[in-house]
Ligand binder design. Structure first.
Ligand code: BYC
Length: 313
């Protein structure tokens, strides 16, 4: 078969909802798009540990400390599943990490904002994990088998994370006046960056059209952003907090809320590396990679010694 026929057959498999597996033929651009998206996703999980990890030693109770610790460990696990899924496409994990460390690979814009108070840990769980779930539920049905399977477990855990964040917000919103102010302040600061997590507006998105055709993405950035706003507004009302958007208004015709426009200039600036914490995040990852080198070397040496013994036997 020539390339054109192979591509036609490939698209027919996608349209028939068949999963594409690592050894199947796939267009180079499909492989490239997946490597880009899955690795960005993996990097986001790992970098996402930093703003939360910042509060492990300062959590206000033993219970909240244990829960936060478990959540941060979950994110590390998500990163590992996702790097493994990316590796099935023929790329080396070392290469992916190298691209992150030199600033070539992207990770989610959201993790370039600081977590200033304990209420931020609530807002991150509620809004950031909430946005992540809105985006990732569709990925459980993405066309590439290893990515789809990894996402099933990730989504289950993210849904616990979202509740963990909401619980913190609930305690603070019903606490003292000062705690309530802290909760509102966290919502004010995290709302717009959370909307930006879904990516640029559809009309500016370079990858969406092709990714939807290949069913890597099953919904567009704007569709998911709308779902998130509709779902989150009643949750804010229940907390007695106000979403910082004066244009937020129910639209009966579309059966959803109209809302204001995020500051897209800020978004593009953050993904170019100029957000409030980009440098701090990358420096922390590079330092951790350097300091963990001896552990990787030792475990590889142990593995190589073990497999050499097996060969002799
Ligand atoms: N941040 O054509 P578009 C988590 C880039 S972690 C940075 O619409 P696409 C969690 C985009 O890459 C959540 N960059 O792109 C962890 C593209 O540039 P390139 C992470 C962004 O790929 C710890 C350009 O902008 N979730 O859950 O079709 C604690 C044009 O965009 C962003 C995932 O990674 C952004 N926000 O759609 C708590 C989910 N948005 O690559 C929680 C998987 C866009 O062409 N990823 N860009 O140079 C996706 O679903 C998609 O990649 C996106 C973007 C929706 C993010």
């Amino acid at each position: 078969m020539n390339t054109e026929q192979l591509e036609k057959e490939f698209q027919a498999r996608i349209d028939a909802e068949e999963k594409i597996e690592p050894k199947d033929w796939m267009p180079d651009a499909y492989r490239k798009t997946l490597i880009r998206q899955i690795s960005q996703h993996a990097h986001s999980e790992i970098v996402g540990m930093l703003p939360e990890g910042n509060w492990i030693t300062r959590a206000p109770s033993l219970r909240s400390k244990v829960i936060l610790l478990a959540k941060v460990q979950d994110e590390a696990g998500h990163g590992l599943y996702l790097y493994s899924a990316a590796e099935t496409l023929g790329i080396d994990r070392e290469q992916l990490l190298h691209d992150l460390h030199i600033g070539k690979a992207k990770y989610s814009s959201i993790f370039n904002y600081p977590t200033l108070t304990w209420a931020d840990i609530g807002a991150v769980g509620w809004l950031v994990d909430g946005a992540a779930i809105a985006n990732q539920v569709m990925l459980c049905r993405t066309s590439y088998g290893p990515y789809a399977r990894a996402m099933v477990k990730i989504c289950k855990e993210e849904s616990f994370h979202q509740r963990q964040g909401y619980e913190i917000m609930m305690h603070m919103a019903r606490g003292t006046e000062a705690q309530k102010r802290m909760a509102q302040d966290a919502l004010n600061r995290w709302w717009w960056p959370s909307l930006m997590m879904f990516g640029p507006p559809d009309k500016e998105s370079t990858n969406t059209e092709q990714s939807v055709k290949w069913r890597i993405k099953r919904q567009t950035n704007d569709e998911l952003r709308q779902e998130f706003v509709d779902k989150t507004l009643p949750q804010a009302e229940y907390l007695g907090l106000k979403i910082p958007d004066k244009d937020l208004k129910w639209n009966e015709e579309k059966k959803g809320y109209d809302f204001g426009t995020p500051d897209w200039e800020e978004f593009y600036n953050v993904i170019k590396g100029n957000g409030p914490c980009n440098k701090q995040r990358l420096d922390a990852r590079v330092k951790a990679d350097k300091e963990g080198e001896w552990v990787r070397e030792a475990s590889m040496a142990y593995y190589e010694k073990k497999s050499a013994k097996k060969k002799v036997a």
